[in-house]
Ligand binder design. Sequence first.
Ligand SMILES: NC(=O)c1ccc[n+]([C@@H]2O[C@H](COP(=O)([O-])OP(=O)(O)OC[C@H]3O[C@@H](n4cnc5c(N)ncnc54)[C@H](OP(=O)(O)O)[C@@H]3O)[C@@H](O)[C@H]2O)c1
Length: 331
Amino acid sequence: MVSYKEIQASNSLINDATAPRVSVFVGGTSGIGKFTIKALVSTGASVRIYLVGRKSSEEPARAFIQELNAINPKAEIVWTEGEVSLLAEVKRICELIKKAESRVDLLFLTAGYAPFGTRKETSEGVEVAQSLEYYSRMLFIHHLLPVLGASEAPRVISVLGGGLEKSSVNVDDLDLKNPGNFSGIKAQIQYVTMNTAYLEKLAVQNPNVTFIHSWPGWVSTGNVRRGWDEGSIVARIFWFILEPIIYYFGFSDEESGQRNLFQCTSAAFGGRGIPWAGKKGVNSLEKSEDGLFLVSYNCDCTPNAKAMPQLRESSQEKIWDHTQRLLQPYL
Ligand SMILES: NC(=O)c1ccc[n+]([C@@H]2O[C@H](COP(=O)([O-])OP(=O)(O)OC[C@H]3O[C@@H](n4cnc5c(N)ncnc54)[C@H](OP(=O)(O)O)[C@@H]3O)[C@@H](O)[C@H]2O)c1
């Protein structure tokens, strides 16, 4: 466990020389992404942040940007509108960013929710939550890798369920399209596992980039409300029980933001960034050099040695091939 004091001490060293100067936040219009942006801007460093979000969130996002400008006039927040559940939109947004930037230091991905209701697909035929939590995230990474590669300490963080992956997934129906295969919990575990399997391969292919798949713990963001069908009684009962528990036992907005900022900047993960005198994190291949770090809510790393060897053996290549095929038209 990395204590909150250690996190704050590390984050207090973030300045113009050590901050991610150019970052892209997908999902920063709410919750953990928003808290992390606020923590980054509050360091006072000179940063440029691309805040990517859908049209319906533009108004609250503009108010948030005003608040950020008042906290730190050296921070430039670029509102970038796009419907990130659509892969064609992801491609368009990345092209805009690449036109403006020759270098990106940080890509921070938080869009999504557990799909507890009925299965709904985007106009591109992908289950909405799977697109937000998996395909769209992997496509952002592919498109931004060339500009991430120009950074001295590039980092990609996917916030979902790092360390909770299972040893296998339903490889015959990776998109859970067949009747009976789809349920909220099953889907969320499948998307978590696909994240880790794909990110690990990307990390091996791009050893100059630090990859993190994190599990944020409980944070009271309203995320548990998102994936249900409108008007569902079960959903109301679920929220009534779960929301107070998350609120009282989860991380505060502030601590969640600071812990995630630590993951964005500390050398604990791979050696680049704010110097870290504590125990070095081990990556998914049980090494302390760069790679994919599976990071839990207390900022500890796990190689998830119970699940990973079998996952690599049984499913990783199939997940990679299937994902490549699905993303191909948008690469
Ligand atoms: N919070 C927790 O306790 C917790 C625990 C474990 C895992 N997680 C996972 O961690 C990730 C981040 O969680 P969070 O609590 O920060 O989530 P959140 O506050 O609910 O924010 C999710 C983001 O996803 C975007 N989004 C949701 N549905 C969308 C859609 N249909 N189209 C486009 N964008 C959409 C939201 O955009 P808008 O602002 O436009 O709605 C928002 O920016 C999620 O994948 C969540 O499942 C969270």
